[in-house]
Design a protein around this ligand. Structure first.
Ligand SMILES: *Cc1c(COP(=O)(O)O)cnc(C)c1O
Length: 393
């Protein structure tokens, strides 16, 4: 099938809940993808920060296919060594105690919300101590409850009634955060860098205030690291840049190297809140996905690899900042947003696609989440494409 045939067939059979671009990707290697007509693309998006090792990494593909040949799924009635190894490795690497296995970011966040509320109820026996403070411009997922948690009015539409018990505070507004705390609050949930909200990092002072208020009022701290986690910012967790240890951490996007996984990591008393029968997920802990995840974690535990990610991130940032019509660059590591001067990010994305480069946008910004394995040559080639477009814009 060529591109047009793929698109026609797809649209005839799939609900159109996305505004898609006219691109049908068929294969790839590292940060280079190939479409159904044989055209090549440099990828600055990695499937929204998901293909952390790029397309079809050899070691990852071998581990995944070896596990598929051995056994693909077992259900959560039983144990599996691959899932055990992945969980033990991830909790050790993140300095957390225990995790829950799901399949997506939204599912990981649902679990975090349930843990925060059950912990509050177990301890205080109060059905009103359930409010979770989240931030304006946050993004936490597409289920009815994670849409509620998302602090953006555009997402609070059509699907009424939304789950109650969320309160939104402007990011980096310390006074607003203090004012929002009352006897109904049980948790504060946040992204260290708001991804969908425009690649906006939290201030260190604001993060410190979250943790101070949480300690003072016995609130759960929940960091949604679905986008910022798994090496994206040059550290395993973005929390390391802020020097804090949230009670609950959610990861998803980059964790499986492109396979569906979402985990909710917990520390201390939060590790023992869920008891048999209180939560579940049929596919959770799938051995094939965990086999891929182990390869990702092994790569990230290599100090040399992580040092390279940090160096490439600095180079990527400098290159972005040097582009014409780029006003400023936000973000940390390889999670970067560029504010543009007189150019629409959506138009730039379309022009980049026509010229063989895949990028993302977030609000009015150009957003780049390249695979952690991207090469300097690919960074240069992608930047040259952006430069060519922006010089003429
Ligand atoms: C993508 C994202 C989610 C949702 O993840 P899904 O896998 O699409 O459910 C949640 N939180 C953040 C911060 C995200 O970037």
């Amino acid at each position: 099938m060529n591109t047009n045939e793929v698109i026609e067939k797809y649209n005839s059979a799939v609900i159109s809940s996305y505004g898609r671009l006219n691109l049908a990707l068929e294969s790839g290697s590292g940060a280079a993808g190939t479409d159904a007509d044989g055209r090549q693309y440099i990828d600055f998006g990695s499937g929204i920060g998901t293909n952390s090792l790029g397309y079809a990494d050899e070691e990852w593909a071998d581990a995944v296919s070896a596990q598929a040949h051995k056994m693909q799924h077992i259900s959560n009635y039983y144990y599996n060594a691959t899932a055990a190894e992945f969980a033990a490795k991830l909790t050790a690497m993140t300095g957390t105690d225990k995790l829950f296995f799901g399949n997506s970011g939204a599912e990981a966040n649902e679990c975090a919300i349930k843990i925060a509320r059950k912990r509050s109820f177990d301890k205080y026996g109060d059905q009103n101590r359930t409010t979770i403070i989240t931030l304006v411009n946050s993004f936490h997922g597409r289920t009815v409850t994670t849409l509620s948690a998302t602090g953006q009015d555009v997402f609070h539409n059509y699907f009424f009634p939304f789950t109650p018990g969320f309160k939104y505070v402007e990011a980096n507004n310390i006074q607003a955060l203090r004012d929002a705390i009352d006897g109904t609050v049980c948790a504060i949930m946040f992204e260290f860098i708001q991804g969908e909200g425009g690649v906006v990092p939290l201030d260190k002072e604001f993060v410190d205030e979250i943790f101070a208020l949480a300690a003072e009022h016995d609130l759960a701290t929940i960091s949604d690291e679905v986008q910022t986690g798994v090496g994206r910012t040059g550290k395993l967790l973005a929390a390391e840049h802020f020097g804090v240890k949230p009670d609950v951490v959610t990861l998803a996007k980059g964790l499986g190297g492109g396979l569906p996984i979402g985990v909710c990591l917990t520390r201390g008393e939060y590790a023992d809140v869920l008891t048999p029968g209180t939560h579940g997920s049929t596919f959770g802990g799938n051995p094939v996905v965990c086999a891929g995840g182990i390869v990702v974690l092994n790569r990230l535990s290599d100090e040399k690899f992580m040092a390279e990610v940090a160096e490439k991130a600095a180079y990527f940032r400098k290159s972005l900042e040097a582009l014409p019509k780029v006003k400023s660059v936000s973000g940390i590591g390889l999670m970067l947003g560029a504010e543009l001067d007189g150019v629409s990010a959506g138009d730039l994305l379309k022009a980049a696609l026509e010229n063989g480069l895949l990028v993302l946008t977030a609000k009015t910004k150009l957003r780049c989440l390249p695979p952690l394995t991207i090469t300097y040559e690919q960074i240069d080639a992608g930047m040259a494409i952006l430069r060519g477009i922006l010089e003429k814009a």
